[in-house]
Design a protein around this ligand. Sequence first.
Ligand SMILES: Cc1ncc(COP(=O)(O)O)c(C=O)c1O
Length: 432
Amino acid sequence: MRNPIERPTSEALFETAKTYFPGGVNSPVRAFKSVDGAPLFMKEGKGAMVTDEDNHTFIDFCCSWGPLILGHRPDSVFNSVMTAMDKGSSFGAPTRYESELAELILSNNRFIEKIRFVSSGTEAVMSALRLARGVTGKSKVIKFDGCYHGHVDSLLVSAGSGLATLGTSSSAGVPESFAQETVVVPLNDLSALKASFETYKDELAAVIIEPIPANNGLLLQDTTFLKDLRELCTANNVLLIFDEVISGFRVGFEGAAGLYGIQPDIITYGKIIGGGLPVGAYGASKEIMSNVSPDGPVYQAGTLSGNPVAMAAGIAQLTECVQPGFYEDQEKRTRAFIDPINAHAKAKGYDFEIITIGSIFWISFDGKQTIRQAAQINADMTGFRKLFNALLNEGIYIGPSGYEVGFISKAHTPEVLAEATKKFIAALDEAM
Ligand SMILES: Cc1ncc(COP(=O)(O)O)c(C=O)c1O
């Protein structure tokens, strides 16, 4: 194995950052805790490439953890943002940009009729839960072990012992009484889900799921499980929330709801919707959304919600996403990148596989294609750590955690990806 890449400037910047921020970062996974060395401080991104402060250039598959489906600094987003900015960055009053983005989304999405913009995925989820509770008058929520929904208090929970258990808080500062409002169930396990419904059905406001769970590996669910979940919710007057912060506008313009043909009651969005600026959203039928203030009693507000500059970024990005063939092309390029790597790993007998859906991929050291539950993930991340460093040496940047997925953008052209395949295979041979 070669040594990890040298990064003296990043190291110095990290030392300074540590004096300002807990762990030197403003979001924990950035701290490189599960890989080696100081985090790379990024200086610049263009297209599929990022350059760090030590002037290493990488093909970037982190893509800011998903938002950058067009790559870094696409001209369309850049120009749209500059035009909006030129007119003023925020008014705290309505602007035409909000309606323009809403129109673009709602006229191309069969699953929601009204939308509310917020500023992050966490805020979208938090608001969706409040809405579900407000609509149903009930308080408990089912979440699935392995799904992440942002740092919402009542969702920072892990399963208690046994199936269908009330959660216990997984973060200090979350009162147990909040965690007790959440029931944690394994993914893709219909009998556990039914048992939870049986026990708590009169108290349940909602079930929340990442329909494409992509925060603890890529735990693709059986479509039948998602359909059964829909039916159970309907039969018990429980609202189904699809958290599409990752899958929304990623696996198709209509996200996982469109891909699987399942109508959730509320959908949350984030990441891609904001074109790289901080935007989240939640949407539902007109009837459900009529409960949101000022139309209804469920309070929710935001000083920078629907910010015109952020809306302008979202409009430019989604205008490209909605073009015919956009998602087919994304998937085709993703397969052309991944398939040769998987074929190589198989020929070499490596206990390794890259799992994909649409333009999302996850590097699995689990040696089996079909893991659908968090508990099945191989917790030994030695292989990932070695591969991560070998990839950096080859000039490929992925998210610094073996539980995280990677993303392909429109800027990852066939040429860039052909080069990435070669580099990836070289790194894999070095790491295995
Ligand atoms: C599925 C899902 N929901 C919610 C969130 C929270 O979004 P944010 O980080 O914008 O608050 C994330 C973030 O990664 C996510 O992946």
